[in-house]
Design a protein around this ligand. Structure first.
Ligand code: HEM
Length: 465
């Protein structure tokens, strides 16, 4: 018998190697990345096009903003793209929740929590949004009378945290907010600020960073116990209800305490900081563009005639919706997110090697001059139906796309539209001069670098409650 040896031919390399900025030996583009990341990525798109190749230490990363290529990663060929190494940093903090897992584990959790996030179900949180916002605005009323400014960073974070906690978990988190503020800040720093590729110490080494993570997870574990006990007593919190009843589809076993904790931590973190950042930039943009604000005030008066908006009302506020959409275009809270290619792929004619990372950035895509005229301008009219015609769907993706699209997008949009409307019904906001309003550290969300002080001025015609 003769044996014929078949030569194993390497798979053909598809596409050209993408161009990219020059780096230095070993570190590659890491120093530029660690400087002003947002600026660096915008420059990469401007100078090298819609697929550019970056070297971050040992990692090859492609920044992709060509809309068909974005669609291929998130939808058409999404099974080739996993969360990957850059998401590993999130896992050290959040554990194994919806944001950090793939495959069957992710699918089972997504199915379990999805019902409370459907558009219809979300509408039922309307009274909670109204109550929490009214509490905040009553306090602003007192401060406005004294001529005291408010810090939008603190106020928006607190409001979205209180709303999320009450509406999904049935828990009044207000007493815990001073402690949680620090925990959330630490977590965000840890997950991104030190660079996913920068801090490579294994989790068992007692580095400062690892000790902080361990302490914050302990604080959160205690809080979770309290929230679950509260649910057992009161039965409140529709998401808590689903999570407590959830079972593993293979074993039929209830979720473990760790699974429950990690999912709760994920939802708390993914849900409140993002919405707070979006709310903040919307309010800041309105303060900076009085004509846009006046048109919104006119719409609110015409449609609501002074009444507090309901979930149904916001559907009748197209300009308010466009204001929020435009704010999410310029300041998408989750402004970059990574994937790893399992097998070789080709994106917009460029070769993506197996094992390399792909970086999608709504921040960069939303400022791509090929799809957005005068991209740096805050112009809600660009979302007029006429002007939106023909725009590629993946030129705009603040909530992601495909199966991994943000589970909380209806909730976030409802909150943003209602809260912005309620604030503007009662107050005119002006930025306190001298505030440093630069976005983007290399944080996970597009936060401003410092506090943002605004002076609320009461319109003296409180909305009817
Ligand atoms: C303006 C507010 C928000 C923005 C801009 C936003 C953005 C995003 C984006 C871009 C993703 C996809 C990330 C990726 O594909 O790698 C995502 C996923 C996710 N978001 Fe949001 N989000 C917001 C609000 C919320 C809220 C209110 C919740 C929950 C209460 C939430 C929970 C989640 C979860 C659990 C995931 C992971 C989903 C999965 O992989 O199945 N988000 N979000």
């Amino acid at each position: 018998m003769t044996t014929t040896q078949t030569a194993v031919r390497p798979a053909p390399v598809r596409g050209r190697t993408a161009p990219g900025p020059r780096g230095i030996p070993v570190l590659g583009n890491l120093p530029q990345w660690k400087g002003d990341t947002a600026e660096f990525l915008l420059r990469a798109q401007r100078d090298h096009g819609e697929v550019s190749r970056l070297r971050l230490g040992p990692y090859t990363v492609h920044l992709v903003s060509e809309p068909d290529a974005v669609a291929r990663v998130l939808k058409d060929n999404s099974s080739n793209y996993t969360r990957g190494v850059l998401y590993e940093q999130f896992r050290t903090v959040m554990g194994d929740g919806l944001l950090t897992t793939d495959g069957d584990a992710w699918k089972a959790h997504r199915r379990a929590v999805q019902p409370v996030f459907l558009r219809k179900a979300v509408a039922s949180i309307e009274p909670i949004i109204v109550r929490a916002t009214t509490e905040m605005l009553d306090d602003w009323e007192v401060r406005a009378r004294r001529g005291e400014p408010v810090d939008l960073v603190t106020e928006t974070l607190r409001l979205t945290l209180v709303t999320l906690s009450r509406s999904l978990f049935g828990y009044d988190i207000r007493p815990a907010t001073p402690v949680l503020k620090d925990v959330v800040n630490n977590v965000i720093e840890v997950m991104f600020k030190h660079g996913s590729v920068g801090e490579m110490a294994p989790s068992w080494l007692p580095t400062r960073r690892n000790r902080t993570i361990a302490r914050d997870r302990r604080i959160f574990t205690r809080l979770v116990t309290d929230i679950r006990e509260n649910h057992a007593r009161t039965g409140e919190g529709p998401l808590m209800e689903l999570i407590e009843a959830a079972t593993d589809p293979v074993t039929g076993q209830r979720w473990t305490d760790e699974e429950i904790r990690d999912e709760m931590l994920t939802i708390y973190l993914a849900g409140h900081e993002t919405t707070a950042v979006a709310l903040l930039w919307t309010l800041v943009s309105l303060a900076q563009h009085p004509a846009v604000g006046e048109r919104m005030d006119e719409e609110l008066e015409r449609v609501l005639a002074g009444a507090v908006p309901t979930a149904a009302d916001v559907e009748r506020l197209p300009w308010t919706q466009q204001v929020v959409d435009e704010s999410l275009r310029l300041y998408p809270p989750i402004w970059i997110y990574p994937r790893d290619a399992v097998a070789d792929d080709e994106l917009a004619g460029f070769h993506i090697p197996a094992g390399s990372s792909v970086l999608l950035s709504p921040f960069v895509s939303h400022r791509n001059p090929r799809h957005w005229e005068n991209p740096e301008a805050f112009d809600p009219a660009r979302f007029d139906p006429e002007r939106s015609k023909g725009r590629h769907r993946m030129a705009y993706f603040p909530f992601g796309a495909g199966a991994r699209m943000c589970v909380g997008n209806f909730m976030a949009l409802l909150e943003l539209r209602m809260i912005v409307a309620m604030i503007h019904q009662r107050f005119k906001l002006s930025l306190v001069p001298g505030e440093f309003l630069r976005y983007g550290d290399t944080a996970i969300s597009l936060r401003p670098r410092s506090r943002v002080l605004v002076q609320p001025v009461s319109r003296d015609r409180g909305a009817r409650r």
